[in-house]
Ligand binder design. Structure first.
Ligand SMILES: [Fe+2]
Length: 385
């Protein structure tokens, strides 16, 4: 199903440490995300009955509530704060966790403001100019860490994967959720992991580049080992209640996050069927306005982006201008112009491109769609801490 542009063996790029491989595809030409005509789509307007007035009213009410919530999260820069539940020892939202969060939020904002005032809250100067230029032009850069560096990372991360294996073994495949496949390292518990990755990133200028790219000081914020296997086929049978097949573009999405870059570290070889990270070259330049971005995030947040019949009905009950998703890939029909233009710039970053993929999640991407075997990968999030 997946189109890969895996370089043939006789033209393998140079995978020497630090080398950055250029993907053999043109950059995305459009200046916007695919425009999808949901009224004409065979799994939406083409099959669902028109929404009643009360369904429209209900959908709009849910949307408005979620929109307000997503907007507040955006205004308080929620995603660039430490995760309360995972790092600050909090659990569900209650008065004490809310107070703790507000105190922490106020203190972080005050510190940032102070550092801005005295001029120490600055973006770094990129030491790896090649990487910086590649990120600016493509939104993605595939590079190679040396075998020794990868081995060091593999060793310090091994206990985390062991935890993950144990947890996954206890949950039957059909009940495994996305979060069950991800382990959250913390600085206090896994300090060696952070130290090792930060040292490697410093050596290759990755952290500096992320800082210069984002225009703010940046550190390694999260390290998430992740396991995907061919049993976990979240991207298949998107419209199971219809005879609409999964399109080529399934699972292509933009991240709902902002102010951060991500980096995928391949701790073993990943081929075309092993769930490589895929990116549409240059798609990070797409202009998604503030309001449009919030609409897309809101639909993903409140579940209207889902593809079960109930979610699709609610989505179709929204006014046309609100029918936009961050997770749009499965809705792009194969014979559409949008599909063609996305496909043009799409490449699968198999191990032939390197073992370290730095990317801006604002561009169109996907990954972890394993057709054969198992993929073990580490996602590193670079953001202001
Ligand atoms: Fe993503």
């Amino acid at each position: 199903m997946m189109t890969t542009f895996d370089p043939p063996a006789d033209t393998l790029p140079d995978l020497a440490s630090g080398n950055i491989v250029s993907p053999p595809v043109p950059a995305y030409r459009s200046s916007s995300l695919p425009d999808i005509d949901y009224d004409a789509h065979p799994a939406y307007g083409g099959i669902l009955p028109a929404a009643t007035l009360s369904e429209r009213f209900h959908a709009l009410r849910v949307f408005a509530k979620s929109f307000a919530f997503v907007t507040i999260r955006r205004i308080v820069d929620y995603e660039n704060m430490p995760l309360l539940s995972k790092e600050a020892g909090g659990g569900h939202l209650n008065l004490s966790s809310a107070t703790r969060y507000l105190t922490m939020f106020a203190s972080i904002r005050a510190q940032r403001f102070l550092r801005t005032l005295i001029g120490t809250r600055r973006a770094a100067k990129p030491t790896n100019e090649t990487l910086f230029q590649r990120m600016k032009s493509d939104g993605v850069a595939c590079m190679t860490l040396s075998p020794e560096e990868m081995e060091n990372i593999r060793q310090v991360i091994a206990p985390c994967f062991a935890h993950l294996d144990e947890r996954r073994a206890a949950i039957p495949v059909e009940r495994r959720k996305f979060d069950d496949n991800v382990y959250w390292c913390t600085r206090s518990r896994e300090s060696k992991v952070f130290e090792t990755i930060e040292e490697v990133f410093r050596r290759h200028g990755i952290t500096d580049v992320a800082s210069a790219y984002l225009g703010r000081p940046v550190r390694v914020k999260h390290v998430n080992p992740q396991i995907n296997d061919d049993d976990y086929t979240f991207w298949k049978k998107q419209f199971a209640d219809t005879d609409v097949p999964d399109p080529w573009s399934t699972y292509l999405h933009i991240d709902a996050t902002y102010g951060m870059l991500k980096c995928a570290l391949y701790i073993h070889d990943i081929g075309p069927d092993g769930g490589p990270f895929c990116y549409v070259r240059g798609s990070h330049r797409i202009k998604v306005g503030w309001f449009e971005g919030m609409i897309r995030r809101t639909n993903d947040f409140c579940g209207f982006s889902g593809r079960k019949p109930e979610a699709r009905k609610k989505f179709m009950a929204l006014p046309r201008m609100l029918r936009k998703k961050a997770d749009f890939g499965a809705d792009v029909l194969d014979d559409s112009a949008a599909s063609k233009s996305v496909r043009e710039g799409h490449f699968a970053a198999t191990s032939n491109y390197g073992n370290c993929v730095l990317f801006d999640g604002h561009g169109i991407h996907r990954g972890g769609m394993v057709n054969k075997g198992e993929r073990r990968c580490i996602f590193v999030l670079l953001a202001e801490v």
